[in-house]
Design a protein around this ligand. Structure first.
Ligand SMILES: [Zn+2]
Length: 507
């Protein structure tokens, strides 16, 4: 089956076919870098990461462009308050954003551009719009004349003709002829940064940035443009108007939008006390892999309800998958092959691929993998699994993980690398140390205790403890073996001894 995706422009799920052979041009609206993004922003970014990984999985050559909005009212206001230049101030949040992306295993777009590095191109596009009669100047600013673009509203699909003066739909506080008109260029204001250009001193509006940077790197017509649903209007509607008015060509072929993230069933907001940035969650001891898994687990067009219980369940699901992979790789099985079981692994791979092809149905893709894990575990427990069956299962897991990216146990490593926790000496001392203080979990608010049980011992560290325990048991030091068991238990790791050896799992 081919890849099918929901296009906001047509309102339908369509077969995806790039404009040029197997080359895909994709643009995603990046953050305004005046603060740390919240987890709702990361829901959209994880969806876009799944999308880019899937396009590559399906053999497309991808050129993905993302902008960084480093000039607007918020960046100007905050930079001023911090006593920093705009570039210096936004640089700090660009760096934090890069760090967050690595923590969540988000691949880098092929091209990431700061808006302020494309001012000249924005001026040129605005000049074209003035020449063609789609833009006008008023008191030093320049506005797009919405009434002149007859297809306005094609993405939003609502009748905007009723919006008149007084019913302001854009927050720009400048003079314009029609309430629907929006600023392309904003006149310089006292004490604010500005660029001296052919349009006069000023700075670009937000919408023009994305039209310019997308077409600059992807051409006048390109394949995919994506963002959160809150960007459909006015941002993306305005991007279409500016771009198509200037070029006379179709701007974007597929518009993809991710739904909102809710927290405990409510809209996330600072006043409700349910507003989280990624670093708020990490400071509470939540694991990067669990956050990524949770954000990826709900298909992008459905509301995602974020709770700490769901995060805890995500962590347990990841532990189940990692332990399964370990069992397949390490347990001793009788020689030979069980082709029925291998067919089961291949069928699961097919189901996973079919699900992702179906408008990125990540929930079904997860379901396919867990059904396989359950069947394979049952076969192992019954002694039906054979030595020659490992590869088929490992292959399915690895293919699945090219998209979901949670099987490698690198949470601890990432948190240490970016300074969220201190490095621990994991060498095995004679005495079993107490769990390190940096793993102490603060209590959860809102009655949620889920994350409090989430631990950060890596697979590697756990396995070294298990090996150490096997060694002391062999020497008859059962008291110390018990100590190690209890220590691991405190860290959320359960040991199961059997005649095949010791298996461990996370609580
Ligand atoms: Zn944009």
């Amino acid at each position: 089956m081919s890849f099918r995706i929901h296009n906001t422009l047509s309102g339908q799920v369509e077969e995806f076919k790039p404009l040029h052979d197997n080359q895909v041009g994709m643009y995603t609206c990046g953050p305004t870098v005046y603060d740390y993004p919240h987890i709702g922003n990361y829901r959209t970014l994880v969806f876009q990461d799944i999308l880019r990984r899937w396009l590559k999985y399906r053999g497309y050559a991808l050129r993905h462009v993302m902008n960084l909005t480093d000039v607007d009212d918020n960046t100007i206001r905050n930079a001023k308050a911090a006593g920093l230049g705009l570039r210096e101030y936004t640089g700090k949040y660009i760096q934090a954003f890069e760090m967050d992306r690595q923590i969540l295993s988000l691949e880098d777009p092929e091209i990431v551009v700061r808006a302020t590095d494309s001012i000249d191109d924005m001026v040129k596009l605005i000049e074209t719009l003035i020449e063609k009669g789609y833009a006008y100047a008023s008191e030093g600013s320049i506005y797009f004349r919405v009434g002149a673009f007859k297809n306005y509203g094609q993405l939003t699909k609502i009748d905007l003709s009723g919006i008149r003066d007084g019913a302001r739909i854009d927050s720009d506080k400048y003079d314009k002829n029609d309430a629907r008109d929006f600023a392309l260029w904003k006149a310089a204001k006292e004490g604010e940064p500005f660029w001296e250009t052919a349009l006069g001193p000023g700075r670009p509006g937000w919408h023009i940035e994305c039209s310019v940077m997308s077409m600059k790197y992807l051409g006048e017509t390109f394949d995919i443009h994506s963002g959160g649903v809150d960007l459909i209007f006015p941002h993306h509607e305005n991007e279409i108007a500016q771009s198509e008015a200037a070029t006379g060509k179709l701007f974007v072929r597929y518009w993809l939008h991710a739904e909102h993230l809710m927290v405990n069933g409510e809209k996330m907001s600072k006043s409700l006390g349910n507003f989280y940035t990624l670093r708020d969650l990490l400071a509470r001891g939540c694991k990067p892999s669990a956050i990524r898994y949770l954000l990826a687990s709900v298909p992008y067009r459905r509301h995602l309800n974020f709770t700490f219980d769901a995060l805890h369940q995500a962590d347990q699901s990841i532990a189940r998958l990692r332990n399964f992979r370990l069992r397949v790789a390490q347990e001793v099985f009788p020689p030979g092959e069980n082709t029925t079981l291998q067919d089961r692994a291949r069928a699961a791979c097919q189901s996973f691929e079919d699900a992702v092809d179906d408008d990125l149905n990540t929930a079904e893709a997860l379901g396919a993998i867990f059904a396989m894990v359950r069947d394979a575990n049952t076969a192992m427990d019954r002694g039906e699994f054979r030595d020659g069956d490992r590869a088929a299962f490992l292959n399915t897991l690895d293919r699945w993980d090219r998209i979901f990216c949670v099987l490698e146990d690198n949470d601890h490593e990432k948190l240490v690398k970016f300074g969220f926790i201190k490095p621990r000496d994991s060498t095995l001392a004679d005495r079993v140390p107490a769990p390190p203080a940096d793993l102490a979990q603060p209590a959860m608010g809102n009655g949620h205790t889920g994350a409090a049980t989430i631990e950060l011992l890596s697979d590697e560290v756990i396995e070294r403890w298990v090996a150490e325990r096997n060694e002391v048991r062999r020497k008859g030091n059962f008291a110390r073996a018990d100590e190690i068991r209890q220590h691991l238990q405190k860290a959320g790791v359960i040991l199961e001894d059997s005649k095949l050896g010791t298996r461990w799992k996370r609580k």
